[in-house]
Design a binder for this molecule. Structure first.
Ligand code: SF4
Length: 278
């Protein structure tokens, strides 16, 4: 939950600096007080707004008008859809998730999201376990065929994200004895061609307190921006920085970064490099 005082400062920053993209995430960002106010403030100054939507939220009591709001404000919806097969989705996300997700995608399509020439609707895939995502283009073709044939669903594009071995996923790997193998896979799959495209080079993440981080994973780890570690005067809140001041700053990195740089790479908009040739 982002307190009102923080929201007001974030909105003031958006109005002043007009970032190209305001990308909202956090499980179900739509349920956070002030979500709609943030969307409208960002859209009013011309930002592209992305809503990372878990689809289940569309069925929540009190959210009956959410799709209309997203369409009215031309929000880009990015929806998590770990597979086009129901068994895989329900195993990964809980029973009933697949049906809810399909229903949500159909409602978004009916409202004009993900249809040709209308509002964008992206799907996000991430592997169910300790493996790297398959080639994004090929998987997108499979998603298109199955979702269209089975449910009449269309979408703008599929983004493949790798699982980063931190927090809950790391605990899962440790419990299942797969952490060492997964980390070795990431090391072996390191691809320097991904470095230009990793998201920390062009985005900052802002938490509920207004603190800034180089990326969402560093935020989850509480890993401060690179220069903060060596310069205590470096600002830590969004309202202390300007885009210009961020230019050329050191990015805080760790072994978890290997998940962003393995194979085709992984960013908030999916793969960042062509499939490496072996
Ligand atoms: S995990 Fe590392 S490489 Fe990936 S976005 Fe964050 S800082 Fe960049």
């Amino acid at each position: 939950m982002m307190p009102l005082a923080v929201r007001e400062r974030v909105i003031a920053w958006i109005r002043e600096h007009r970032p190209a993209v305001v990308d909202m995430t956090g499980g179900a960002p739509e349920l956070i007080p002030g979500f709609r106010e943030l969307v409208q403030a960002a859209r009013a100054v011309g930002c592209q707004v992305i809503d990372r939507c878990n689809l289940a939220v569309l069925d929540e009591p009190g959210q009956e008008d959410l799709i209309d709001f997203l369409v009215e404000n031309e929000v880009t919806v990015v929806a998590s859809m770990p597979c086009y097969l129901s068994d895989n989705v329900d195993r990964q996300r809980g029973r009933g998730t697949y049906d809810r997700s399909i229903r949500g995608l159909q409602r978004l399509n009916a409202a004009g999201c993900g249809r040709d020439g209308q509002l964008p609707l992206y799907l996000v895939y991430n592997p169910g376990g300790a493996s790297l995502p398959p080639a994004q283009d090929a998987l997108e073709r499979d998603y298109r065929t199955r979702l269209q044939d089975d449910w009449g669903i269309t979408f703008t594009g599929l983004w493949c994200l790798a699982n980063v071995p931190i927090t809950r996923f790391r605990a899962f790997l440790e419990r299942s004895g797969k952490l060492a193998d997964y980390e070795e896979l990431l090391w072996q799959s390191y691809n320097p061609a991904t470095l230009e495209g990793v998201m920390c080079r062009s985005t900052v993440s802002v938490d509920h307190r207004g603190r800034v981080y180089d990326c969402d994973f560093n935020l989850a780890l509480g890993l401060d921006m690179g220069d903060v570690a060596v310069d205590s005067n470096t600002p830590r809140h969004l309202w202390d920085i300007t885009p210009t001041r961020l230019s050329g700053k050191t990015i805080a990195t760790g072994t978890h970064c290997l998940a962003c740089t393995a194979g085709c790479g992984s960013s908030c908009t999916g793969a960042v490099a062509p499939t490496p040739t072996l």
